[in-house]
Design a protein around this ligand. Sequence first.
Ligand SMILES: [Zn+2]
Length: 527
Amino acid sequence: MGYYLYDVNGYVGDLASNYGLTLMSTYVRKVANEPQVKKFFEEGHSPVTKELIAGFKAIHSPDKDIADTIDNLVSLLVKCDTVAIISDGTGIESPDLTIHRGTHEIGGSCVELCSNSGDTRIIIDIGLPLVNEDMSPFDWGIHRKSTLPQLLGKKILPSVNGLYENDKPTVAAVLLSHAHLDHYGLLRFVHSDIPIYMSVGTKSLAEVSNVFLNTDVKFDRTETFEMWRTFQIGEFTITPYLMDHSAPDASAFLIEADGQRIFYTGDFRGHGRKGILLDRLTKDPPPHINYLIMEGSMLGRDEGLYPDEASVEEALHNLILSQKGLSYVFTSSQNLVRLVSIYRAARHSGKTLVVDLYTAFVLDKLSVISKNIPQFSWEGVRVLYSYYHAQKLADLDKTLLYKYKSAKIEFEEIRDKPNDKVLLAKDSRYCRNLIIKLKESGKATAIFSMWHGYLERGNLREFLESNGVSLTEIHTSGHASIRQLEMLANALNPRWIIPIHTFYPEKFCEMFPNVIQVEDGETFSLC
Ligand SMILES: [Zn+2]
């Protein structure tokens, strides 16, 4: 049997085995001069005072096992907040964790926590899968028209009681870490009486996706949270932490309940434009983390050519500057950090960035979170209208079409003067037609500024080559490198690490000694 040290905030660290504790307490009671030290073992708890710590430090045993156990106890006592409690863990209250999806895959994240009393259940993220069971790419288009019971039957919707529209709602809230579809793409099926918590930036992006990506999220019961400001959902106390990720305003969550402290990282990295957030978090981590639920997207993946966003911007600049003709840059309109890099690279090369209406709308909506996000009204930004995007925007609010009109650019202007233009592109039928139509305006180059895997899935490279457009990849990942995963885990120093959002959870075991691998759907007591 093992013994652990707790304080008022919950678990602090592993203390000793039954045998080790008996050895230590027998020895300490015999030789200790400090009465508080003896009392600590008699009663199993004590206020943490200077005298208590000094009393233990003054004890030196010739037996190495006892000396090591005392050293360990002292190192834990200094971390305790006001009291120290010795416990074998029985009778300790603990929330239950169920990772409905994500223990063996990237995408489709869905995590449930249930308080010890069973009174409060929360769901963190409810994403669309990125792969099918046979690991082939998941295509939502095939299932879009399926009913809720059909989606449950096909296991696309994880089986969670009291969460969906067809059920009596018993889930207290859904928390979203960020606005990537693999974290919130199934939100439309959540019962409309269940409140949804998200950051302001996540909400703004989700609203844009409702217009252009038909995500159909209902915002009637949305609550926005502020980073680092603690809030309560039933028996859970939650503190969001702003994280560096390719989605803006992404958060991790510190979740406290039943004396346990859980840190859910969401997706994160430390090499984007907000990389300093990871530095700050590792320098001043929240203490006493019992369980770290950590993403591991980059395990088993090539880290790529570019180590950070700064090197991406430099490479974009060098390529765009040297290019005599039109430059296409393929990227996600929701990767704001990358849009900033592309805008800066274009401007520093004396060129104009041409975006579509969808991107102009994203930039406009996200101006609420930062004044540094390029806008349609900025010098060097023009907006190319397409019928499809104009229609979508008009359905939402016709005045937006007039709003962006001051920056509107016509196709002919790009065709006649392509050399000073950088055109934000997508692998869509519309863009492919545009590229074919612009062939007559001279040699063009394309930059693929997204995850390499997307390029592998289609035939974009072949299409571009057949139209005389050369392709260069310039990208850095939205996810933490192995070094950054280690940095965060070492700083948080949790009792246990639970891998999520990875195809290779077993690789965590090679990196850390304290890993618990759970299975999708398995309920695990976080004691
Ligand atoms: Zn993400």
